[in-house]
Design a protein around this ligand. Structure first.
Ligand code: DHB
Ligand code: FE
Length: 457
């Protein structure tokens, strides 16, 4: 099993995890819309018309129309979201909770008054408590299930006639290589405006020629792409330190110049959810993001490594690190997160080849009278140490990045996440550096680039 879900055998209980959240995304978003009075009025006036505005499944719409909370939860709803629908109907939380138990309103109220339902016999499926029975279902849900059962019977008869079998391939996911690159917006603009052959840009793109070829020969299934959102999807309303994109797709953001003309990014929701669960259980508190527009921090490295194809050649899991507003996470925290990430990837039960990319940096300062700071010596030492002694490099305090590599040079802490995900950080063999490049300038920035392959064996 890809995910460790010890909560699946708690009777009469649905835990709202990343899989449920993904399933119920639009149902829950629809419920949230009912927090506005004018939306409640429109919904109550014409339910079908209002529901048609939301890209829910037919089953979710049917469950809403039936006001069957168990059914809605079955399709991914969460009670705090669904309660907005209940509130729209004038129900209290007690009425909503009670409606899922098969008891009458009065029976449920009486049970609560006399001390509530006992945990005795209700901890694990198969005990003898009073929450072990079948789930209360509306007639509408039962009718729906019956119709579905008929359909799937017909489908299995059909598939018995065809010999096609879809099997999940066996094996584990693994980290194959890590890639490091700066992510300057002007590089994206040069590509989008057809300026890559201009003398200013030629040496920069030359440094990535090897890399594009190498990617053709070492194509990953998934890139786990560590970058920072630059006040694009996250404003000052909420500032997550670490955020993982668990959605199926991510559109390029409009950073003020219009969205970049690059393909949309396809995610890997199952692997992302698995990584989220594994890494959070290893005590890293990730923020889960289903609604994320990706900015130059993510799209520019994709161009540098893959060129400008009509579709990106693999799935991409965006992973954001806050390096905009202090406090930002330490190098050591990032390195340890990379180690946890490797354990997460290696415990995924599909044989996916995963590259982990660290982006941002190298030295640059975009602000104040010190803008334009470049420290080539420090940058190159950083590259040396990233290859040879990453754990020691991770101990470098923030202030060194700021003093030596400029205020925005702090983006380099993100490279330590990718580096921590390699075998030697888990006691294995040292990686093989296959490409190294350094160039000044791209816009305000020193561009650094490395490819480290895992040693085989
Ligand atoms: C520049 C570099 C960055 O990393 C960034 O996020 C924005 C701008 C620059 O050099 O212009
Ligand atoms: Fe940046």
């Amino acid at each position: 099993m890809a995910l460790d879900k010890p909560y699946l055998d708690v009777p009469g209980t649905t835990i709202f995890d990343a899989d449920q959240s993904r399933k119920g995304y639009w149902l829950n978003q629809f419920c949230m819309s009912l927090m506005k009075a004018e939306n409640r009025a429109r919904f109550l006036q014409d339910e079908d018309a209002y529901l048609a505005e939301w890209p829910m499944t037919d089953e979710q719409r049917a469950a809403v129309r039936a006001r069957d909370l168990n059914w809605m939860m079955h399709t991914g709803g969460n009670i705090y979201f669904l309660s907005k629908l209940g509130a729209t109907d004038g129900l209290s939380f007690q009425q909503m909770a009670g409606s899922m138990t098969g008891m009458t309103e009065q029976q449920y109220r009486d049970m609560m008054v006399s001390g509530g339902r006992s945990a005795e016999g209700n901890r694990i499926v198969g005990e003898d408590g009073n929450a072990q029975g079948p789930m209360a279902r509306s007639a509408a849900w039962r009718a729906w299930e019956e119709a579905k059962a008929q359909e799937s019977l017909a489908a299995s008869v059909e598939s018995a006639h065809s010999s096609v079998e879809t099997k999940r391939p066996a094996g584990r996911a693994r980290v194959t290589a890590t890639v490091y690159s700066s992510h300057v917006p002007a590089i994206g603009a040069a590509i989008d405006l057809g300026k890559t052959a201009e003398p200013y840009w030629v040496p920069l793109f030359k440094g990535f020629e090897f890399s594009r070829q190498w990617e053709q020969e070492n194509r990953p299934d998934v890139v786990f792409l560590v970058y920072n959102d630059h006040a694009t999807s996250f404003d000052l309303g909420v500032i997550p330190t670490f955020a993982i994109g668990t959605a199926a797709e991510f559109q390029p953001a409009d950073e003020g110049y219009g969205p970049r003309p690059v393909p949309k990014v396809l995610g890997h929701p199952e692997l992302a959810s698995h990584i989220a669960q594994s890494v959070i259980q290893q005590d890293f508190d990730l923020t889960l993001v289903n609604d994320l527009k990706v900015d130059h921090g993510l799209t520019v490295p994709l161009n540098l490594m893959f060129g400008t194809p009509a579709q990106w050649p693999c799935r991409v899991i965006p992973f954001h690190v806050n390096v905009v507003q202090y406090p930002v996470p330490s190098g050591q925290r990032c390195f340890a997160l990379g180690q946890a990430l490797r354990r997460a990837i290696e415990s995924y039960d599909q044989p996916l080849k995963v590259q982990v990319w660290g982006t941002g940096g190298m030295s640059h300062q975009l602000q104040g009278p010190r803008a334009g700071l470049i420290n080539a010596e420090w940058d190159n030492r950083f590259l040396d140490r990233l290859i040879a002694e990453p754990a020691a490099l991770a101990r470098l305090p923030h202030i060194d990045y700021v003093r030596e590599a400029g205020s925005e040079g702090i983006e380099l802490v993100m490279w330590l996440i990718a580096r921590g995900a390699m075998a030697d950080a888990a006691g294995g063999r040292a990686p093989k550096p296959v490409h190294r490049f350094y160039h000044v300038p791209a816009s305000n920035t020193a561009v650094g680039h490395l490819i480290l392959e895992e040693s085989s064996g």
